[in-house]
Write a protein that binds this ligand. Structure first.
Ligand code: ADP
Length: 398
């Protein structure tokens, strides 16, 4: 671990050096330290000659150490300090070649100078270390930024691929649904025509009764298929942003009442309807809002067993109209109450209780939101569910 650290800091130092101009490299400092000390020594002696009194022998020499440290770093500064100590000892403090108390006292005069030089070298070493640490942090940050950019590019690439795949899926759904819709509509039309003809007959042979039952099944199943295909077509037009609204002034109460009457006739189930006022005029796409009501009432019937009733109510509060569809079925657990509005989401167990693709509520949500409204589910498991739709009364035309 330490070895890795060492080689890292050596590499950093090398990198740092490579950015310095040639004259600031330490090798130049080592070579110039002796001439520099000599220069400052000569200057010191000159000043001594000129002033004759009151001078500090070490002040100019310490300047040479300072310069070396500032320009070339700690190594050349230490070498300069060594040369300075020799120079001071040799030229400025009279040399004596035998060790006695006086020589020792003279030598002691050099100690403050040596300490000052060492302090300069120490500060320089700290500065170099801080610079290297800053460089290491800069490289680390650059490294992380590079990695982040790389992962961002990868993410963007996979995002693009996902989007392409999703567009391909939507195109496939749209083409397949269109291609399926025409033959199914023809089959259904023919079955309904034959059924009408058979219904006109006063009496049917047992063979013809069998044919009639088969035709009724064909009618029912192709009806289901048409509904599923319509849902798929709606979802692909929502995804492609091509769902158009054709708004006009409509009475929401009448719209709901008509749908509920139809649903009652078709299912034979009890559906109660209450409206706070006889008329709620709104600027809406009545086909699409009708689709929402059909879906919610259809789900209420689908997910609650007969003979439990379904209750539909319409209210107006301030600037909002509220539609509530309540059933007494199994309900929707709290954690799924948001998810059921997602495309293709079906609550666990839904496959057992009723058939479907999990698209109806997603389409309802889109339609309601396109009318600047809100849809949500309030439910208690084993008690039942209420699906609420809130629509602004002052809808603007788009
Ligand atoms: P589908 O009914 O085709 O599955 P929907 O989008 O209409 O699709 O509904 C999504 C899911 O929400 C259903 O699979 C069902 O689990 C749940 N759900 C919808 N309405 C009700 C309801 N009235 N009671 C209980 N669960 C419901």
């Amino acid at each position: 671990m330490e070895l890795v650290q060492l080689s890292k800091s050596a590499a950093l130092r090398k990198e740092y050096m490579s950015h310095l101009p040639a004259w600031r490299r330490p090798i130049v400092g080592y070579m110039l330290s002796l001439p520099l000390v000599a220069l400052f020594l000569v200057l010191s002696m000159l000043i001594e000659q000129l002033l004759r009194y009151a001078y500090f022998p070490g002040s100019l020499l310490i300047l040479s150490v300072l310069l070396s440290a500032f320009i070339w770093g700690v190594g050349p500064a230490l070498l300069s300090l060594l040369f300075c100590i020799f120079a001071l000892d040799y030229f400025l403090i009279p040399p004596t070649w035998h060790l006695d108390l006086n020589t020792l006292k003279d030598a002691l005069q050099l100690v403050p100078f040596a300490i000052s030089g060492l302090v300069i070298a120490f500060i320089t070493a700290q500065r170099e270390r801080a610079r290297l640490e800053a460089l290491a942090a800069e490289y680390e940050a650059k490294n992380i930024a590079d990695q982040l950019e790389e992962s961002y590019l990868k993410l963007e690439e996979s995002n693009e691929k996902l989007q392409e795949a999703s567009q391909l899926k939507d195109r496939f759904l749209s083409i397949a649904s269109h291609e399926l819709k025409t033959p199914i509509t023809t089959i259904r039309g023919q079955a309904q025509l034959l059924l009408r003809r058979l219904n006109k007959q006063r009496e049917l042979t047992s063979e013809m009764e069998g044919v009639k039952k088969t035709l009724e099944k064909i009618n029912e199943q192709t009806g289901r298929l048409t509904a599923l295909i319509d849902e798929l077509l709606d979802v692909s037009s929502i995804h492609a942003g091509k769902m158009e609204l054709h708004k006009h002034s409509s009475n929401l109460v009448m719209l709901c009442r008509d749908i509920i009457d139809d649903q009652h006739l078709l299912s034979g189930r009890t559906i109660t309807f209450t409206a706070a006022q006889p008329e709620i005029m709104m600027e809406i796409d009545s086909d699409r809002i009708g689709q929402v009501v059909v879906n919610l009432v259809g789900n209420a019937l689908k997910y609650s067993p007969p003979p439990r009733p379904v209750e539909v109510s319409l209210n107006v509060r301030q600037q909002w109209a509220y539609l509530r569809v309540t059933d007494h079925g199994n309900g929707v657990p709290k954690e799924q109450q948001e998810r059921i509005f997602e495309t293709f989401y079906r609550a666990p167990g839904a496959e057992v209780s009723a058939k479907g693709l999990g698209l109806g509520l997603a389409i309802c949500k889109e339609i309601v939101e396109r009318h600047a409204g809100r849809i949500w589910c309030e439910s208690q498991p084993d008690v039942g569910s209420t699906f609420c739709v809130e629509l602004p009364l002052m809808l603007c035309k788009d």
